[in-house]
Design a protein around this ligand. Structure first.
Ligand code: TH1
Length: 825
């Protein structure tokens, strides 16, 4: 049964002939070249320029409509936006992909070739940054007034090369040859103060006035990236700030004896937005990082206030009706004292009135419970860089302590626990506490994570502020993560259930009834096979490695971190290898283990794990005794555009973090949406994926959070597993030999040490056997072709919940209270 064509497919604004002339016009007039001379890069730029005409028209109309309707808007503050490539996305969203592809073909150009010319905008580390990108896509698609605020890093996340198995970091220069999407807005430059000292003055009726005399001032230059919603009606912006020197030298501070501080110009202004810190989930604690955070928050708040004042003058009473600011983790938490400073010192509002505004404007999303990711800044560092902000933080805390005393009279332990200030050798400012206290809503990112935020991270805050802590489960945009990255599957789905699922992902439920239909199963698995062929080509090009597309494609793609347990996957692969060596007839369906992962440059063990995967790969891939039953492909430089090629080709999705550690995960959603079956722990959003697809369509294994905690409490000893399970022992001992690193015994020993001597903090050994058994079940299931096809289809069919449109709907209803705004044409 083929469903009718629906009306929701974007209808192209221009036809092929018009698009073709636009491309040629830009080739001539924007790029100064012509059809005979143009290379793929020039064609790419001309095509971008052609579509940018539509984009900018949409942007102008959107801004006009928002202004005329004086809309309430959400301002998404995030230190990271992992946008990836924009051309194919923008073409898709305008419904112009086929038009452009046809026009280019007539010009003798393959669209797939020019799409490859676009560098990724990699202004983020991983899930947190990509979530921000999915959210602004949904906001535009749902016609909600929204603006993303972040940093215009000159260098995004490093480019990863693999040399002799080891990770090497190279700078990422995404703008070297110009970025066709961004628009510089010099008319909206802001100034940001740093360093210096605070002067106390007395105004009329004895009012205490604080004046900050900064030691240096830098300029923030805004660059706007248009964000095109599906069907191209609303075009919102992502505004990224670039730092520049203001040429300003503070004589005032110089003369007041602050000579050294005045010289702070040598934190050269330009360095502020030079580079993205490459640490995912580890707080860097570096002065420059705090400056980056303050820099973009201060610019963004001033930008918001400028826009508000244009409509409302000095009347602050409506500010909180018009403005809501979402803090993406604690990275923008310094916004809370910054807004207080602007309101109290600049606008001269009373403290209570200012605090009333603040706590109606901010909402905070927590993304992790890992202690190493919870930001704390030395009070002395804040005092040096932002002396007035430290005073404000103390004042906020002073008043908060009084509230705590009201609730728990005389309980000093409680005060110490909840205080924004952590006492100790060095006083530290807890940015999480500041964010909870300064916000009207706090959310975790998956049901289980939000439960843990309430029960173990912030239980007292939950008692103090009932209802403030809530959940919004993460989501992903189906436009990029199915429609654009998997055109073959998208077309099959269109034919079967109609083409309005990219807007209404619950429609995929309609596939359920075909899950056992033999014809549909064949069609679905044929698409999967074609996608595996494409990835096999990529693996051949990148690694010079041949893989069998009839093997199970088993994919683990995410940042490298011990808690994500890529080393659990590695130990299992080594165990399989060993079983084959011991028994050449060892019965297993051939498997290709595909990895993509970057390690933080300073994270030694993570880099060792990458090295180990590559060394084991060298050996296994070239050992004829393996008889092609196992291949290992570690694809270098994992990034959004590579994910778009890997995800459609996956049969199995590895989501094997220690229970309680992965707040949500979003790769798990992308893979399942594309018909991969999950092998995973009961962690993060895996729990909700299991609820949606049902126990028969997912492979759950391992300790639960409760079991992890209990084992920890009663004393976990990894040696027990090492001595009790001969396979674990053999595999770990193997790491100590030079079998995988000929001539270099011990090159892989750090992994064994972390699992034994260092106590195996993520309980890899405790979960090994359960994982191995689950993999045996995966193997058996795959051999039953029809059963597997059914599972894969069900996974796609049941992912409706995980569209980022649903996440945004939840934020709108529960937190932001926004209304959509129709764009007048
Ligand atoms: C990730 C979480 O690890 C992941 O589980 C979640 O799906 C994702 O955020 C989106 O919510 C995080 N990334 C970072 C990055 C930094 C600091 C904390 C986190 S939590 C730099």
């Amino acid at each position: 049964m083929n469903a009718k064509a629906t009306k929701t497919q974007p209808s192209p604004a221009i036809d092929k002939a018009a698009f073709k002339s636009a491309v040629i016009k830009h080739l001539h007039c924007t790029l100064g070249t012509d059809e005979n001379k143009a290379n793929n890069h020039a064609w790419w730029k001309a095509t971008c320029a052609a579509i940018q005409e539509q984009v900018l028209e949409g942007l102008r109309k959107t801004q006009k409509s928002h202004y005329l309707n004086d809309t309430r808007a959400v301002h998404y503050f995030s230190a990271e936006f992992l946008m990836g490539r924009l051309l194919s996305n923008n073409l898709q969203n305008f419904g112009l992909f086929d038009v452009a592809s046809g026009a280019l073909k007539e010009l003798g150009v393959e669209i797939s070739d020019i799409l490859e010319e676009e560098p990724d905008m990699a202004l983020g580390n991983g899930g947190l940054g990509r979530l921000a990108a999915c959210f602004i896509d949904s906001l535009a698609t749902m016609e909600l007034p929204a603006i993303g605020y972040g940093i215009h890093y000159e260098n995004g996340l490093f480019r990863q090369e693999i040399k002799s198995g080891a990770q090497i970091e190279r700078p990422d220069s995404w703008r070297d040859y110009g970025n066709p999407w961004e628009i510089c807005r010099p008319e909206s430059i802001q100034e940001v103060s740093l360093y210096g000292y605070v002067e106390t003055k007395y105004g009329e009726n004895g009012r205490v006035l604080k004046e900050w005399h900064p030691g240096s001032i830098v300029k923030g230059v805004p660059w706007d990236i248009p964000v095109v919603g599906y069907e191209g009606k609303t075009v919102n912006v992502l505004r990224l700030w670039q730092s520049e020197s203001s040429g300003y030298f503070n004589w005032d501070v110089f003369n007041a004896g602050g000579y050294v501080d005045a010289q702070r110009e040598n934190v050269q202004a330009e360095t502020i937005s030079k580079v993205l810190y490459p640490n995912d989930e580890t707080e860097a604690g570096k002065e420059l990082r705090l400056i980056q955070q303050y820099f973009f928050c201060s610019c963004s708040l001033k930008d918001i206030i400028r826009r508000y004042k244009r409509a409302h003058g000095d009347d602050w009473s409506r500010f909180a009706d018009q403005v809501v600011i979402q803090l993406n983790d604690t990275h923008p938490a310094i916004s809370v004292p910054e807004l207080m400073r602007i309101l109290v010192d600049r606008a001269e509002l009373g403290w209570d009135e200012a605090w009333g505004i603040c706590t109606k404007v901010f909402a905070y999303t927590n993304h992790t419970l890992l202690p190493e990711a919870l930001e704390k800044w030395p009070a002395r560092m804040i005092e040096k860089i932002l002396p007035r902000h430290l005073e404000i933080i103390y004042e906020i805390n002073h008043r908060f302590m009084a509230e705590v005393d009201k609730k728990w009279p005389g309980d000093n332990a409680m005060k110490a626990k909840l205080s924004i200030i952590e006492e100790g050798n060095e006083k530290m400012v807890r940015m999480g506490h500041l964010s909870v206290i300064g916000s009207f809503a706090v959310n975790g990112v998956a049901e289980m994570h939000s439960r843990l935020v309430k029960s173990s991270l912030f239980p007292e805050f939950d008692e103090l502020y009932p209802g403030k802590l809530t959940n919004v489960t993460n989501g992903i945009t189906p436009r990029r993560w199915l429609k654009a990255c998997n055109p073959a599957l998208s077309k099959l789905i269109d034919k079967k259930i109609g083409d309005d699922w990219p807007r209404d992902l619950d429609k995929l439920q309609g596939l359920t009834k075909f899950a056992t239909n033999k014809t549909f199963q064949k069609q679905f698995m044929k698409v999967k096979l074609e996608n595996k062929e494409l990835l096999a080509d990529e693996i051949r090009k990148s690694l010079d490695l041949e893989v069998d597309v009839n093997a199970i494609f088993d994919v683990q793609i995410k940042r490298l971190h011990e808690y994500k347990r890529q080393h659990l996957a590695l130990l299992h692969i080594m165990a399989l290898y060993r079983r084959i060596l011991e028994n050449p007839d060892y019965d297993m369906h051939p498997r290709v283990f595909v990895f993509g992962a970057k390690a933080a440059p300073g994270y030694k063990l993570a880099k060792d794990i990458i090295y180990a995967i590559n060394k084991v790969a060298d050996k296994v891939n070239n050992d004829p005794r393996v008889n092609n039953k196992i291949k290992i492909a570690f694809l270098p430089n994992y990034r959004v555009s590579l994910a778009e090629k890997m995800i459609p080709a996956a049969d199995v999705s590895e989501q094997i973090s220690t229970a309680g550690k992965e707040a949500s995960g979003t790769g798990n959603m992308k893979l399942a949406l594309n018909g991969a079956v999950t092998i995973g722990t009961l962690d993060g959003a895996n729990v909700e994926i299991a609820e949606e697809v049902g126990d028969d369509n997912i492979f759950i294994f391992g300790l639960t959070v409760e079991e992890v905690n209990e084992l920890k409490a009663t004393g976990y000893n990894p040696h027990d597993y090492y001595y009790k399970d001969p396979e674990i022992k053999a595999v770990l001992d193997w790491l100590e030999t030079d079998y995988f690193t000929p001539g270099k015994p011990g090159a892989l020993v750090s992994i064994k040490q972390s699992l034994l001597d260092n106590g195996d903090p993520y309980m890899v050994l405790a979960d090994f056997r359960a994982y191995s058994d689950a993999q045996i079940a995966v193997d058996a299931a795959y051999r039953d072709k029809e059963r597997w096809a059914e599972m894969a289809i069900i996974n796609t069919a049941k992912m409706g919940k995980f569209t980022s449109d649903r996440s945004i709907r939840d934020y709108v209803d529960r937190v932001w209270k926004l209304s959509s705004c129709k764009i007048e044409s």
